[in-house]
Design a protein around this ligand. Structure first.
Ligand code: HEM
Length: 203
């Protein structure tokens, strides 16, 4: 979005450059990440249940293998649903972003390429998470019925690789928020030469 247009609408914006107090995308990302990671971790626990069940017994936790797989399935399903909102909010907040052009991230990247890689990567990750959900659903409802072990090893391997991608992708996002100060209230106020303690109600 060009700077003239941003100036026009900036009167309706808060100090974070958004028409609402708290940025939505950074809140939703934790649901995407948390739900996906829990889904894969519980499926790991389900697949290797015979090896670790003594630990549950030792800790006095009564758990059945199928319950671990339930957590794996419902969490990946929820990750899929929520990630549509994560990506939607990411697009909205990216369109209203006006990052500084003269700063480089810890990875040596400028703000625009960081935002582009993060945006495109986010859409690809949405597609991948939805694809994983179909794969998981197929294992659970179509082929899983014949097996006590609901999940195949390749699914866990791909899940672990996606977790690594999410880590790299999330780091790009963190560069946007922390290093480029995108929609970061404190960062924006400092750039405007304001006294944070005064404006944000500190001492
Ligand atoms: C799987 C999808 C995505 C994940 C897991 C994700 C993750 C993250 C994370 C961890 C942050 C840092 C938040 C913070 O430290 O406060 C972030 C920030 C950000 N992301 Fe994403 N992101 C995703 C998709 C997208 C997409 C598709 C876009 C835009 C097209 C986008 C735009 C942004 C922007 C503009 C920020 C700066 C903070 C803000 O939004 O206010 N993200 N993202």
């Amino acid at each position: 979005m060009n700077s003239e247009l941003l100036d026009q609408i900036s009167h309706h914006m808060g100090a974070n450059g958004l028409p609402y107090v708290l940025p939505i995308h950074p809140n939703l990302v934790h649901l995407t990440l948390g739900l996906f990671i829990i889904a894969i971790v519980f499926d790991f626990l389900g697949v290797f249940f015979p090896l670790e069940k003594w630990v549950f017994k030792f800790l006095g936790i009564t758990v059945e293998r199928s319950q671990l797989f339930d957590v794996g399935w419902y969490n990946i399903f929820a990750a899929s649903v929520i990630t549509f909102f994560t990506v939607g909010a990411g697009f909205f907040e990216m369109l209203l972003a006006a990052p500084p052009a003269d700063i480089k991230s810890p990875w040596g990247m400028l703000a625009m390429p960081t935002m582009m890689w993060h945006g495109v990567g986010g859409v690809l990750l949405l597609a991948i998470i939805v694809g994983m959900t179909f794969w998981r659903g197929w294992q659970r409802y179509i082929i899983g019925l014949q097996h006590e072990r609901e999940v195949q090893i390749p699914y866990l391997v791909v899940g672990a690789i996606i977790m690594l991608l999410l880590y790299l992708h999330g780091t790009l996002g963190a560069h946007l928020a922390a290093d480029f100060g995108v929609h970061n209230t404190a960062d924006k106020l400092l750039r405007m030469g304001q006294d944070l303690n005064q404006v944000l109600g500190g001492k």
